[in-house]
Design a protein around this ligand. Structure first.
Ligand SMILES: [Zn+2]
Length: 321
């Protein structure tokens, strides 16, 4: 009997992913996604004050009638300015959710479950007074535990406090692009940011299509997605463009409260180390798909080369003009 090679299986899965995506478009299925924004902060950045950044993101959401889920890391907002920031999101009816107090990396072997649970509870204490306080928890770096004891302790602690995992379905690496925008602006405040905007929007589009195709392959049905992005200068500048471009590509924006009703957010895959997008987690348990997955699912190392190439291309084109 001829057995398919690992390489052949990978190619076959990639072909299936592409076919799923095309079939969905042909069937006219509207692909649904919600915005979740991690790590709101009042840090200094080039170009805008924190108030201007915050206002720009809220305005983009408001103008497009979208309710986001805001995942709050307590230490970044535990001051009067931070409280003002959270109040602005609460006033606009966005979900105020927990992202721990200290943003610990849960896979660190020296970090115990007890210590992490205390930090999760401390994060809860920062947000529980807000009107739109919602018991959704997002693990920092999407790392849910490197041992079964740590993973299951947090699952128990969340259940005990009435929390649900605020999973990401569409993982992305916007924070790296944001860091490059800040670097470029520090070197030259007049730098043309078009290349960063285009790269960012294409990156999100690409990741959205990938995780959506993977979800249909794994769950045999479309799911309501949650996109991960960050509270940053990048999104203050380009969130509105991102929203409009995804709409043009057949994506329907839905409220975060609606997205989190999907059954996919109740799944608890038994994987170790545990983490990444919930779609990635489920896919890693399917033997035919697992070999096609990269780890980490998203990383700076996948983006730095292509972004540098895009910037060089822009420079060369400008040189010709
Ligand atoms: Zn975070």
């Amino acid at each position: 009997m001829i057995r398919p090679t690992k390489q052949f299986t990978c190619i076959l899965i990639w072909v299936c992913l592409a076919m799923v995506s095309e079939a969905q478009v042909a069937a006219g299925r509207s692909k649904q996604l919600a915005i979740t924004i991690d790590d709101p902060n009042t840090y200094m950045t080039p170009m805008m004050t924190w108030e201007e950044r915050n206002h720009a993101m809220l305005k983009a959401l408001d103008e497009n009638g979208i309710q986001a889920g805001l995942f709050v890391c307590g230490m970044r907002v535990n001051n009067p300015a931070g409280q003002k920031l959270l109040q602005a999101w609460d006033n606009k009816n966005h979900l105020i959710c927990n992202h721990t107090y200290s943003h610990h990396y849960y896979h660190k072997s020296s970090l115990s479950a007890d210590e992490f649970i205390r930090d999760f509870e401390k994060g809860d204490s920062i947000i529980r007074g807000y009107r739109h306080y919602t018991k959704l928890f997002r693990f920092p770096f999407l790392k849910e535990g490197n041992t079964d004891g740590k993973r299951d302790s947090m699952r128990w602690a969340m259940q005990n406090m009435g929390y649900k995992n605020g999973h990401v379905t569409i993982d992305a690496y916007d924070w790296y692009i944001d860091s490059q925008v800040s670097e470029a602006l520090k070197k030259n405040p007049d730098v043309d940011l078009t290349v960063y905007r285009d790269y960012y929007i294409n990156h999100i589009l690409n990741r959205a299509e990938y995780y959506d195709s993977l979800a249909v392959l794994v769950y045999q049905r479309p799911i309501k997605h949650t996109l991960l992005i960050h509270h940053s200068l990048l999104n203050a500048l380009f969130l509105n463009d991102l929203i409009l471009t995804l709409k043009q590509h057949g994506w329907e924006w839905i409220d975060a409260s609606e997205a989190f009703q999907d059954d996919v957010f109740n799944l608890q895959p038994s994987i170790l180390p545990c983490g990444e997008s919930i779609v990635w987690q489920s896919a890693s348990l399917v033997p035919e798909i697992a070999p096609t997955l990269r780890y980490p699912a998203e990383d700076q190392k996948y983006e730095e080369g292509p972004l540098k190439m895009a910037i060089d291309r822009q420079r060369k084109q400008k040189g010709k003009l």
